[in-house]
Design a protein. Structure first.
Length: 438
């Protein structure tokens, strides 16, 4: 049996690779599968039992050709590739078939842990693509919803599903995304966050141009807006494309609250964004270059609190900001049981001790706390992390040029964001253009 010999030579050598032969007087069949990623119950029910129940070779051959879970093999390479995904190879009288015996070990629906809301759905995506597509279709039962598949990664061959509404999605943007995925040069691809570093034009971009979400309801809202969704096998996060700044500043809480509450929350986010971005640099600029901008009482109060501080204000700000960054990172890395307590106590002790030692002023503790709180008002973590870096740009310009540096640094960041685009959509756009069907 030439087909059998060829496939055996191509099979990976591993303890979980199983080769079986079933025999009766009239027929025999060879079976190849990887037991750790397939369901042997399916094999038993759909192949083994029918094989022994059907005594003649012709009826069993007809069964193999007509069963919906069994399909003929196209090529040997394709069969081996499907074997590595959980399929079972069947060789019956020099005819080769594939039996779908895949088992999904990550199909449980998870609760949202990153993008939490007080009201609205609490379920998030799982690590199973079929489960995730089912969650989307439940909320978006439109016949125009299209699902296309591709693979990314020369070694991992990770399954990526491209989900979009063919009636609403821009075909030009869809083509750009497909072309981008087809040109990716990467060996192991495991999660959508890797795409942030794989865009050639923005390979070292400071600001992300892709939104990664764990919420099916956010995905559905973006599908209705004409966005394209990428679902990656093995990760409970979806990628939304194209993405603009207003997407990063939007929370699903906005559609579950009343109109004025939503507007108030959106205003708070933008106030927090500008506060975190500008306040450290503004403090340095005013205290070191233009203290006359303060009222006399406030200027005297700030000067009095900095009397014992032995270095300029920009060093004071930099020390406290870096300390806050380390506390934030520690809260992420520490176990959940002790993380909040350790970082809260550590922040209080360090702040109090630094103030009493005269290393920083009292007003500096207030500034750093305000910046830290404002930074976490931004609902999307990827953009919140970016904001943590952007404030140092404004701080650097303020250190050298005062208030003029604050304005110049802020305008440079705005100019940088104006230059960015996400698959043809400007990053600072307010309204996405309608799909072009021509």
């Amino acid at each position: 049996m030439q087909a059998s010999r060829s496939i055996k030579e191509s099979l990976p050598t591993s303890e979980d690779v199983v080769l079986k032969e079933l025999h009766t007087k009239e027929k025999s069949i060879e079976i190849f599968y990887i037991k750790t990623i397939m369901d042997e119950k399916i094999l038993q029910q759909k192949l083994v039992i029918p094989f022994y129940e059907m005594k003649e070779a012709v009826p069993f051959s007809a069964y193999l050709k007509s069963h919906p879970a069994i399909k003929p093999m196209d090529t040997k390479e394709k069969a081996i590739e499907e074997l590595l995904r959980g399929m079972t190879i069947l060789i019956y009288f020099d005819s080769v078939f594939l039996l779908d015996t895949k088992i999904d070990r990550n199909n449980s629906v998870l609760d949202t842990t990153v993008e939490t809301t007080i009201q609205g759905p609490q379920s998030g995506f799982s690590e199973s693509i079929p489960t995730n597509i089912g969650l989307i279709r439940q909320r978006y039962p439109e016949p125009t919803l299209k699902v296309e598949s591709t693979t990314v990664g020369s070694l991992s061959k990770t399954m990526v599903m491209i989900v979009h509404d063919s009636k609403r999605a821009d075909p030009v943007t869809l083509h750009r995304i497909k072309e981008f995925l087809s040109q990716l040069d990467i060996q192991v691809f495991q999660t959508g966050e890797q795409l942030l570093d794989l865009i050639k034009k923005s390979n070292r971009a400071l600001i992300p141009v892709m939104l990664v979400t764990e919420r099916p309801d956010r995905v559905v809202v973006n599908l209705a807006a004409g966005k394209i969704i990428l679902l990656i096998s093995g990760t409970p996060f979806a990628v939304v494309l194209p993405t603009v700044m207003k997407d990063f500043m939007a929370s699903m809480e906005d559609i579950y609250q009343t109109f004025w509450v939503t507007k108030f929350l959106q205003l708070l986010r933008y106030i927090g964004f500008f506060t975190s971005l500008i306040l450290p640099g503004l403090y340095v600029a005013v205290t070191s270059y233009n203290p006359e901008l303060f009222r006399v009482q406030l200027a005297i109060s700030i000067a009095g609190s900095r009397t014992g501080v032995p270095y300029p204000s920009f060093i004071e700000v930099t020390i406290m900001l870096i300390m806050m960054e380390m506390l934030t990172e520690a809260s992420i890395r520490l176990p959940k049981a002790i993380g909040p307590t350790a970082t809260t106590v550590g922040g209080l002790i360090l702040g109090q001790a630094a103030t009493e030692a005269g290393l920083v002023s009292n007003i500096m503790i207030i500034i750093v706390s305000t910046v830290a709180i404002s930074n976490f008002v931004v609902p999307i973590n990827a953009f919140s992390f970016t904001l943590r870096i952007m404030k140092y740009v404004v701080l650097a310009f303020a250190t050298f040029f005062g208030l003029v540096g604050v304005v110049v640094g802020f305008m440079l960041l705005v100019a940088y964001m104006v230059k960015l685009d996400s698959f043809g959509t400007p990053f600072l756009t307010l309204v996405q253009s309608k799909p072009n069907k021509e």
